[in-house]
Design a binder for this molecule. Structure first.
Ligand SMILES: NC(=O)c1ccc[n+]([C@@H]2O[C@H](COP(=O)([O-])OP(=O)(O)OC[C@H]3O[C@@H](n4cnc5c(N)ncnc54)[C@H](O)[C@@H]3O)[C@@H](O)[C@H]2O)c1
Length: 345
C-alpha cells in the first residue's frame, strides 16, 4: 500500500443502547462468531498478551483489567478492552462491571471507535459458555437440570445464550448469598418464558447435587466449594468466575480451559491446582482441543470448564457491533477528534 492511500479514519462513539440493539436476539450468530474467533486464536492467528490487572491498595476488592488484542485472518482488527470490576457498586444498585472497548485501524493504528463494552463483554462470555456447554456435553446425556451459582448480570446473559441456542431445562436451581440477587434473577427467569421449574436453594450443596449443569458466576476471590462428594453425579461445570472451586475438586475432574497460559494465572482455581500438584497434568486440554476431537470428555467424571476470557473475543464482538451500526447508518462520528494531523501545522 502506498502512503498516499492511507487516511486517518473517522472516530465513532457507540453507546450501550446501540450495542444492545446490534446484539439482541442473535445468540446463534454470536456463538458462531465467538467460536470462529476462538478457533483463529487457537490456530495462532491472534496476538493476545496477558491481561493487565490494575489494583488499588485503598480499594482492595476493586480492579481494572486491560485486555489488548489483535485478530488476524479475515477479521483484521486490533484494540483494547478496559474493564472495571467494583463489587461494591452492586449494593448501590449499579452493575459491578463497566467497560469500554477501543478498536484500532489495522493500517494506521488510529483508534476508530469507542464502544460501551459491558454488554459486549457479557455477550462474548455467555456465547463461549453456551458453546462450551454444547461441546462438553456431546458424550454424555444432555443436561436438563441447570444450577446457577451466583446470579448477577453474567448469569443472566449465560441463561439467555443457553436458551437462545436451543437449550431447555426441566429444572433451574438458583443459589446466591444475596436475597436481592435471587429475587432479581428469579424475576428475569419468569419473564424469559422458561418452562423450567425454578427452585431457590439456600445451601450450595443442594444446588450442586441437584444440577447436572452447574454455572458459577459469583465474585468469590478464593475457593469456597471444596467437598468433592457434592460432585458425585459427575456434573458439567461452567466455572466462569474461576475462583470458586478448591483445587482438590479440579484434580478429581476433567479440566478444560479456553487458553492454558492465560488461565493458569491470577490465583484462578486452575492456577491453585497447578501450585498444589506441581504440574499441569490435571488439564485435559482446551475447548479448541475438544472442538477438534483431540480431547474426548469422559462422562464418568465431573468436567470443569474454566474460561479466563480472551480479549480477541471482545474485539470480534465489538467489530461485529461496529459493522452493524455502520451498516444501518447509526454511527455517531466525533468530527475532528484527531486534530493534529499535519506534523508541522
Ligand atoms: N471468565 C470470563 O470470561 C468472565 C467474563 C466476565 C465476567 N466474569 C466473572 O463473572 C462473575 C460474575 O460477574 P457479574 O457481573 O454477574 O457479577 P455480579 O456482581 O452482578 O453478580 C455476582 C453475584 O454473585 C453473588 N455471590 C458472590 N459471592 C458468592 C458466593 N460465595 N456464593 C454465592 N453467590 C455469591 C453475589 O451476591 C452476586 O449476586 C465475576 O466473577 C466476573 O469476574 C468472568
Amino acid at each position: 500500500m502506498t502512503t498516499a492511500q492511507v487516511t486517518v479514519p473517522p472516530f465513532a462513539v457507540i453507546g450501550g443502547a446501540q450495542v444492545r440493539c446490534a446484539l439482541q436476539g442473535r445468540e446463534h450468530q454470536l456463538v458462531q462468531l465467538v467460536e470462529a474467533t476462538y478457533r483463529l486464536h487457537s490456530a495462532g492467528e491472534s496476538v493476545n498478551p496477558p491481561s493487565y490487572f490494575l489494583r488499588f491498595p485503598d480499594r482492595p476488592s476493586a480492579r481494572i483489567i486491560a485486555l489488548p488484542a489483535s485478530i488476524g485472518g479475515p477479521v483484521r482488527v486490533d484494540g483494547l478492552k478496559w474493564i472495571s470490576s467494583f463489587p461494591a457498586n452492586v449494593a448501590a444498585g449499579i452493575p459491578r462491571a463497566s467497560a469500554v472497548l477501543i478498536l484500532n485501524d489495522h493500517d494506521t493504528g488510529y483508534p476508530f471507535a469507542c464502544l460501551e463494552s459491558s454488554i459486549i463483554s457479557a455477550t462474548r462470555t455467555a456465547a463461549l459458555a453456551a458453546s462450551a456447554a454444547d461441546w462438553l456435553s456431546r458424550d454424555r446425556p444432555r443436561p436438563a437440570r441447570a444450577g446457577f451459582f451466583g446470579v448477577g448480570l453474567i448469569a443472566r446473559y449465560i441463561h439467555t445464550f443457553l436458551a437462545g441456542t436451543g437449550w431447555s431445562f426441566d429444572e433451574i436451581g438458583v443459589h446466591d448469598l444475596s436475597a436481592d440477587s435471587v429475587a432479581g434473577f428469579r424475576g428475569y427467569l419468569e419473564q424469559s418464558g422458561t418452562a423450567a421449574r425454578i427452585t431457590v436453594h439456600d445451601r450450595a450443596e443442594q444446588l450442586i447435587r441437584s444440577s447436572d449443569l452447574v454455572i458459577f458466576a459469583t465474585v468469590a476471590g478464593q475457593p469456597h466449594v471444596s467437598d468433592l462428594r457434592w460432585f458425585g453425579h459427575d456434573p458439567l461445570v461452567l466455572h466462569v468466575s474461576l475462583r470458586d472451586l478448591a483445587p482438590q475438586i479440579l484434580l478429581a475432574s476433567t479440566n478444560v480451559v479456553d487458553d492454558v497460559e492465560h488461565c493458569l494465572k491470577a490465583d484462578t482455581s486452575p492456577h491453585l491446582a497447578e501450585q498444589l500438584s506441581g504440574n499441569r497434568d490435571f488439564l485435559a486440554g482446551t475447548l479448541d482441543d475438544v472442538m477438534a476431537g483431540r480431547v474426548v470428555v469422559p462422562a464418568d467424571r465431573p468436567v470443569v470448564f474454566s474460561p479466563f476470557g480472551l480479549g480477541v473475543l471482545d474485539l470480534a464482538v465489538g467489530r461485529y457491533v461496529y459493522d452493524e451500526v455502520a451498516r444501518t447508518g447509526g454511527l455517531h462520528i466525533i468530527d475532528d477528534f484527531f486534530h493534529e494531523l499535519r506534523r508541522y501545522g
